[in-house]
Design a protein around this ligand. Structure first.
Ligand code: DAH
Length: 335
């Protein structure tokens, strides 16, 4: 009986295989519930008592060897089997690149056009105080013109609000710098308005301001002409007299876009004209509010809506599309 055990022990010691099926059947053959080792254990009672000790030791040795052999072969061969079945030269999954949002694309184009003629970037906070958003811009408390921009206030505090326009950045810059100054301030603005295909309560503006000695309305017109030619390749413009508390005189600028597509009809309400910006000569009082000598310096300012321009250029009939982040929409703007 002991001789049989010795045979099994040397069989296990010499067992070699790289075949995972063979390795598994070795385990079943020896360590399985109906395997050799269990059989040998059940024969223990028939072993003559003077051999019981040696038999017991050998059977345990066999059991340990079988387990160790199986574990060893399995760990070596299962990894190598895996690496053979997997083709390491296969390309990875394609990860699609994101796209710039159309608003970002247009914003960058606007910045580039103005930076060519000396405008520098200056940004301000979206959570603003009353002074920078309204009062310093000639919109004192209870001024009816505040109604033009329905405001989101923060936590019942009438002094802290989400800026309704990027004109607030003018004030911050004028307060901290001396002319000549020429800055462009792009950013997000907020108004408590009903959402429709043409208006949204979050949108984007670019504010520009130039203050120096002898700046005139003619300079402003020339700058807008340069901008519209560069941006749209079109320059048929209409300056309509308008009112803004922070500029005097003030104007709104319409561009003649034409009526070539259905979207042109929709966006321009069938007229072919679309308002693209408000502008004017900086009101001397605004300069004084920011401690700039209004006898010595004059300036012009303008504010334009980025969504409007993007809608025209990309023929987007509904402003809400910009805010839904639908990848089917966004993927169309691969640059
Ligand atoms: N802040 C104005 C608005 O949001 C736009 C504007 C008009 C800005 C005239 C200006 C300006 O700088 O001169 O409606």
């Amino acid at each position: 009986m002991i001789g049989k055990l010795d045979e099994h022990i040397s069989y296990i010691k010499n067992f070699k295989s790289k075949d995972i099926d063979e390795i598994e059947s070795l385990k079943i053959q020896f360590l399985g519930r109906k395997g050799i080792i269990n059989d040998l254990f059940s024969e223990f009672k028939n072993v003559p008592s003077d051999q019981k000790k040696e038999y017991g030791q050998k059977i345990n040795e066999l059991k340990n060897l079988a387990q160790i052999k199986y574990d060893e072969l399995k760990s070596v061969n299962s990894t190598s089997t895996k690496s053979i079945s997997e083709d390491l030269t296969k390309p990875g999954f394609p990860i699609s690149k994101g796209t710039l949002h159309p608003i970002t694309i247009i914003k960058n184009q606007i910045i580039e056009i103005f930076s060519k003629v000396g405008f520098e970037l200056s940004e301000g906070p979206e959570i603003e105080d009353d002074w920078h958003n309204f009062t310093a811009l000639n919109l004192p408390k209870h001024h009816p013109a505040r109604d033009m921009q329905d405001t989101f206030f923060i936590q019942q505090d009438p002094d802290i609000l989400l800026r309704t326009h990027t004109s607030s950045v003018q004030v911050r810059y004028l307060e901290n710098n001396t002319p000549p100054l020429k800055i462009l301030s792009p950013g997000r603005v907020y108004r408590n308005e009903a959402i429709s295909s043409r208006s949204h309560c979050i949108f984007h503006q670019v504010e520009g301001i130039y203050v120096d000695e002898n700046v005139s309305f003619a300079d402003l017109k020339q700058m807008i002409l340069y901008f519209t030619k560069s941006m749209f390749g079109k320059s048929k413009l209409r300056f309509r007299p308008s009112f803004f508390p922070f500029t005097e005189p003030s104007a709104e600028v319409d561009i003649y876009w034409g009526l070539e597509t259905e979207t042109d009809y929709r966006i321009t309400k069938g007229t072919g004209w679309l308002e693209i910006m408000g502008c004017g000569m900086v009101d001397p009082q605004v300069l004084e509010n920011c401690n700039i000598d209004s006898e010595k310096y004059t300036g012009y300012a303008f504010g334009l809506g980025i969504e409007r321009i993007a809608m025209l250029i990309y023929q987007i009939p509904d402003i809400r599309l910009f805010f839904e982040n639908d990848v089917r929409f966004l993927n169309q703007f691969k640059s």
